[in-house]
Write a protein that binds this ligand. Structure first.
Ligand SMILES: [Zn+2]
Length: 206
């Protein structure tokens, strides 16, 4: 099961994968941590085993350290994004939000536990373009996409390490995989839940 925890203000959506392990995808912005906690409490979630960041942007990752402190769990991110999250550098675009990113203490790179994640039913797909280490996740018939593709649009490619050609290739690859796996729900980093129609909309933008 995937629980959608709506992002408030500029914060990203958060998704809780409830299965053998509880995994929180994109805790969002530190400023809305209290709202995230209220949502978790409302859903009677008592523990989180792993934080997963779809990419290092501030609006997705700046609450990592708060969730880590509360639940005592590490943060997973694609290998290329590790150093940016650790340093809170320009790739995290924290300056766009007029803030400094406080990194989590324990960061695991994707390649370290990619095989283990399969045991929990997660398949991670590398989808560069919005940032070079952006990932998407397949879980059951669901696709979590971060800022690669939204229900009605695509992510920015003009930020540090972004690349429009890679973004287009990643979206085409996701469409192929979504069709093969009969994905019926698309869970994006911002806005509403979508479906495979999102791939038709995406072609209007890239
Ligand atoms: Zn982003």
């Amino acid at each position: 099961m995937i629980l959608k925890l709506n992002g408030y203000g500029y914060s990203s959506n958060s998704y809780l994968i409830v299965g053998k392990k509880n995994m929180l995808v994109d805790p969002g912005a530190s400023g809305t941590f209290n709202i995230l906690m209220e949502e978790l409490e409302r859903n009677k979630i008592k523990n989180i085993d792993l934080i997963i960041n779809t990419h290092c942007h501030y609006d997705h990752s700046s609450a990592d350290y708060l969730v880590e402190e509360y639940f005592n769990c590490p943060t997973l991110i694609e290998d290329k994004e590790v150093k940016h999250l650790k340093n809170g550098d320009e790739v995290t675009v924290s300056a766009l939000f007029g803030a400094k990113l406080n990194p989590p203490k324990e960061i695991i790179s994707l390649s370290e536990i990619e095989e283990e994640l399969k045991d929990y039913g997660l398949e991670v797909i590398r989808t560069p373009g919005h940032t070079y280490g952006s990932i998407s996740i397949i879980y059951e018939n669901n696709l979590i996409t971060g800022d690669t593709i939204f229900a009605y649009g695509v992510g920015r490619w003009d930020l540090p390490t972004g690349n429009v050609i890679e973004l287009r290739n990643s979206i085409n690859m996701l469409e192929r995989i979504a069709n093969e796996r009969n994905v019926d729900r698309l869970y994006p980093g911002h806005g509403d839940i979508g479906d495979r129609m999102a791939f038709s909309y995406a072609k209007l933008f890239i």
